[in-house]
Write a protein that binds this ligand. Sequence first.
Ligand SMILES: *Cc1c(COP(=O)(O)O)cnc(C)c1O
Length: 397
Amino acid sequence: MSKRIPDTAAWRPATKLVRGATRRSGFGETSEAMFITSGYVYDDAETAEARFKGEAEGFVYSRFGNPTVAMFEERLALIEGAEACRGTASGMAAVTAAMLSLVKAGDHVLASRALFGSCNYVLTVLLPRFGVQSTLIDGTDLKAWERELRPNTRAVFLETPSNPTLDIIDLEAVTTLAHKVGARVVVDNVFASPLLQRPLALGADIVVYSATKHIDGQGRCLGGAILGSKKYVTEELTPLLRNTGPSMSPFNGWVLLKALETLSLRVNQMCGNARTIAARLSDRPGIGRVLYPHLESHPQYALARRQMSAGGSVITLDLSGGKPAVFRFLNRLRLFDISNNLGDAKSLATHPATTTHQRLSDAERAELGITNGMVRLSIGLEDVEDLSDDLAQALKV
Ligand SMILES: *Cc1c(COP(=O)(O)O)cnc(C)c1O
């Protein structure tokens, strides 16, 4: 343990990302240690008893907690401005656990329709099996939120910006409406990352992440996180996690902890590259629409500026020539990889209609505004001129 106790809370974000929640072992290592252990030993039987009773500090089993994972959780909580955080094996483990922690049979869940595919499954297939009803609405329509919230709505779930149309949902307005019926608001903050948008400060109750995306950002491992109040995490979430076991592995926890050190550098650079590319593509022929939250042409530009400190790393294009134009474009890319991941150091491009949103019917895709000409670009860390050149040659008619 360090002898100096710094005033962590007063640190600015970049400092928190590098040093927050570091706990050194007796060896005084510079870099945070990776505790690859499933269990822990006790000096005596009394200590074991006290730890199991929760009367003594310390770890008991890595399904419940692990020192490396704990450093990741505490550092992410510092950045998010949350009282508490729990790491999970993947983003979907985080979403599933957060939802299961809030509802029981007879409850209702209201969610925005523009959801990551597996989140859609959890809400519309899994929860109803256990007697929890769910309704999906257009998240940008505040009247729809007002109309569909019910006295038994216990949880609201939404993603903003959404995938792949980059719709922006007014977090403050939706939260105010949800709280009137006593529902808690869960925000999937993956597209914005913890650095661009602060759902808890805008009133949301719980934030979930796929740490696989910007937080790792280097394509190495899966991970997830759930953040909220200390009371929620201790009393409602932790019992569920302890007893069902969607734990983050200590190795992944270590990779993600070290990745936080460079998160602001990476996200800032990606956002700068994305803004430049979005602006350049805006007046190119052959592109019906360029969707990017901080471009003035975005339908919710004012809200995006108010709610997000930068526009993010994802740009969605709608090519006038439909699927053939997209396939031709994707197959001509030399630098961008064709991949459905996002938030990575490497720039990636995907055709949502035939990949991430393939399982939806034509009507469902139409309802979400996903056209056959849409292509989603995740802008990485390469030189922006090389990325621009690659897009220009692939778009050339
Ligand atoms: C990737 C993603 C998830 C799921 O995360 P995994 O780490 O792949 O389980 C959930 N929500 C959004 C918005 C995502 O992009």
